[in-house]
Design a protein around this ligand. Structure first.
Ligand SMILES: Cc1cc2nc3c(=O)[nH]c(=O)nc-3n(C[C@H](O)[C@H](O)[C@H](O)COP(=O)(O)OP(=O)(O)OC[C@H]3O[C@@H](n4cnc5c(N)ncnc54)[C@H](O)[C@@H]3O)c2cc1C
Length: 332
């Protein structure tokens, strides 16, 4: 990451990412239709039926409709199956602070000099980073889920939120004093799918609809974009429609295992970050303290650990697809 992009992280506001993707897609000739909710998929034609009754046919349908995927529901129904999002046991308080709203000079310095900060403790952790050239500060507080079953989002109580972190780093508690309102988001995941492509090779999953994860490695959107990049690259290599089945098989081969491995790593990261006080936590902290300031060392965080960081954060979708296509050219 450092070599290629000149920085260990690049933090973007999701609105900016969506605008950039929409603008590039439009430039490349895509038509974006807003407010077009998919109600049903016909996997034979294939076609999608919108909630307004309109039916849209295509050669390939890409399910990119997130955690609560309607496409997934329809896909599993063709096999007489169903699954639904499962609680992970954690929830997130999501906070965005604007520099102009913060008066405390020390906190203003934190916001305006971009960096990525973690605080970890028993059963919880916090991630904070600057966005938009140091004008905005994003804070995500990850704590045990106490939302009722079936409730995925609810306004949170500031005193309750602050009480969880009252004995933590004073810098963090001062940031929390700047917050005027907050929502609680239940963090959900889903079981692995047997396949990401339909039997007729006319439908494929990408993103959270296939592999929702805990946001503990900041990889949900990243890996969704990777899915899109690999799918785009294999489709771009096709020279005839007959090659679609082999293109989708290659896409699934390149992405499914990786996506599902990242999901598992996010749960492993929760274990390492959320340890209760005790011998295991003390060993982790000793190791962490002994490694501070070094990059190429065994660190109890997948963000720095050399066994995970290179494959997770040093991934190049174009390079991987090009090599795979060289090894196994599309058939059909
Ligand atoms: C607290 C938190 C922090 C996170 N932090 C990070 C991070 O730092 N880095 C990172 O990479 N990821 C992060 N993520 C994960 C990231 O938000 C998701 O992985 C990502 O948004 C998934 O993208 P997606 O396009 O697959 O799905 P989504 O972003 O959920 O998009 C799905 C789209 O489909 C649309 N849709 C849904 N149903 C229908 C329908 N029936 N018809 C038509 N359209 C429909 C929705 O309106 C939406 O626009 C975080 C998540 C959480 C909860």
């Amino acid at each position: 990451m450092r070599r290629k992009y000149g920085a260990p992280f690049w933090d973007l506001h999701r609105v900016d990412v969506q605008r950039a993707l929409a603008s590039r897609a439009t430039q490349l000739g895509a038509t974006l239709r807003l407010g077009s909710k998919v109600a049903h998929i016909d996997f034979e034609k294939p076609s999608v039926k919108l909630e307004n009754g309109e039916e849209v046919e295509a050669d390939l349908i890409v399910a990119a409709d997130g955690l609560w995927s309607k496409c997934r529901e329809n896909f599993l129904a063709t096999m007489g199956k169903s699954d639904s999002p499962l609680p992970t046991g954690d929830l997130a308080y999501r906070i965005v602070l604007n520099l102009h709203e913060v008066e405390d000079q020390e906190l203003r310095d934190w916001i305006s000099k971009p960096s990525c900060q973690f605080w970890i403790g028993p059963g919880a952790h916090v991630v904070a980073y600057s966005l938009r050239d140091g004008e905005v500060f994003n804070l995500v507080l990850l704590v045990p889920d106490d939302l009722p079953e079936g409730v995925s989002r609810q306004p949170g109580s500031l005193p309750e939120m602050k009480s969880i972190f009252s004995a933590w780093d004073p810098i963090l508690t001062r940031f929390l004093d700047c917050v005027s309102s907050v929502d609680k988001w239940k963090l959900m995941h889903r079981p692995e799918l047997n396949t990401w492509i339909s039997p007729k090779s006319n439908f494929a999953f990408i993103g959270d609809s296939a592999h929702p994860m805990l946001p503990y490695l900041a990889q949900g959107a990243n890996s969704s974009i990777e899915d899109g990049a690999v799918l785009g690259n294999v489709l771009g290599a096709m020279s005839s429609r007959e090659q679609l089945p082999s293109a989708l098989r290659l896409y699934e081969k390149l992405r499914k295992k990786r996506g599902e491995t990242i999901v598992k790593e996010t749960f492993a990261q929760r274990h390492d970050f959320h340890m209760q006080d005790g011998p295991e936590q003390q060993k982790r902290d000793e190791l962490m303290l002994s490694q501070l300031g070094r990059i190429s060392s065994k660190f109890p965080s997948r963000w720095q650990c050399p066994e995970v960081q290179p494959w997770l954060y040093g991934y190049d979708a174009l390079e991987e697809t090009t090599a795979a296509l060289r090894e196994t050219p599309l058939s059909g």
